[in-house]
Ligand binder design. Structure first.
Ligand code: B12
Length: 248
């Protein structure tokens, strides 16, 4: 691969620097002879040069498109400041050993999909015994008491359970929604924790397919995790944060 100037990054299609991109979208129009030209016009208005509609399909009254095009846009990747979760990823044995030897008691971690969200597969992957992709979940950790409250749990309920169990960490899962319900739900959890005076007594972690650490920090969480997260990432973060707080 040729060297890339990270201050001037262009899209890569067939060859370096060609600026070729692929875009998919739906228009609320019938899938007739005007549909592909409408898609090309739409892509053109977005600033794409040489728009070419390579796929279109009838969605039952609406039309779906895939369009190729070119752009001169360049971005300066070096100038982007992106926070990342500061931690070293330990394996399950190491995490259990450190909890036992340095913290001296099992840790309690409670979690749920909050609000209306019923997408439990992600939080199950982190918390349940079976885990995900061959990485066991928190229930499998000898020194972690993990309680997964499942789907559509109001933030109030999750916090009440966390307080009742004197949780060390609260794990909230959210699908990012177009109307920003994820922001409302996640922010509500933190507001409630602050109002109850427990914000500093627990570690708050959120996650989901389009959640990232930057969004998590913005909403008042300690960390945020997206796709490809395993239980050991979350547990490593929680343990290392507790050690830091304890000065251990
Ligand atoms: C399965 C599924 C469902 C199932 C969920 C069943 C269940 N028990 O979970 C059902 C059929 C119920 C469903 C319903 C809906 N769904 Co759905 N669903 C999916 C699907 C196909 C897979 C999601 C999944 O299981 N991924 C696998 C897990 C392992 O990945 P993950 O969630 O990213 O989790 C990982 C990380 O994100 C992270 N993580 C997740 N949570 C947490 C929490 C913490 C604390 C941490 C640290 C990490 C973490 O760790 C996990 C492991 O690495 C996705 C499409 C897709 N391919 O992603 C759509 C998708 C998420 N659904 C979508 C939609 C729109 C809906 C509905 C609104 C559809 C409808 N109109 O009814 C409803 C909403 C229901 C509701 N009230 O929430 C959209 C969301 C769009 C968006 N805004 O981004 C998607 C993206 C599909 C799409 N392209 O349109 N869905």
């Amino acid at each position: 691969m040729p060297p890339v100037d990270l201050k001037k990054v262009r899209a890569y299609g067939d060859k370096s620097g060609d600026g070729a991109v692929q875009l998919s979208f739906t228009l609320p129009i019938p899938h007739d002879e005007k549909a592909p030209p409408a898609a090309a016009a739409f892509a053109s208005r977005l600033g794409l040069k040489e728009p070419s509609v390579v796929h279109s399909a009838d969605l039952g009254g609406y039309s779906f498109f895939i369009v190729y095009g070119k752009t001169d846009v360049e971005i300066d990747v070096e100038s982007l400041a992106v926070p990342k979760v500061e931690m070293e990823v330990w394996d399950r044995d190491e995490i259990d050993r450190v909890i036992e030897e340095r913290l001296g008691r099992p840790l309690v971690m409670v979690g749920a999909c909050i609000g209306d969200d019923a997408h439990t597969v992600g939080i199950d992957a982190i918390m349940n015994m079976k885990g995900y992709h061959g990485h066991f979940g928190l229930e499998r950790y000898r020194m972690v008491e993990a309680v997964n409250f499942g789907s559509q749990v109001p933030p109030e309920t999750l916090l009440t359970e966390a307080i009742a169990r004197r949780a060390d960490a609260v794990l909230a899962s959210q699908i990012v929604t177009g109307n920003d319900l994820h922001r409302l739900n996640l922010a509500r959890l933190i507001e409630l924790a602050e109002a109850s005076g427990v914000r500093d007594r627990m570690i708050f972690v959120c996650g989901g397919p389009r959640i990232d650490h930057m969004l998590a920090l913005e909403l008042g969480f300690d960390a945020g995790f997206g796709r490809g997260t395993y239980a050991e990432h979350v547990a490593s973060f929680v343990v290392q944060r507790l050690l830091k707080t304890a000065g251990a």
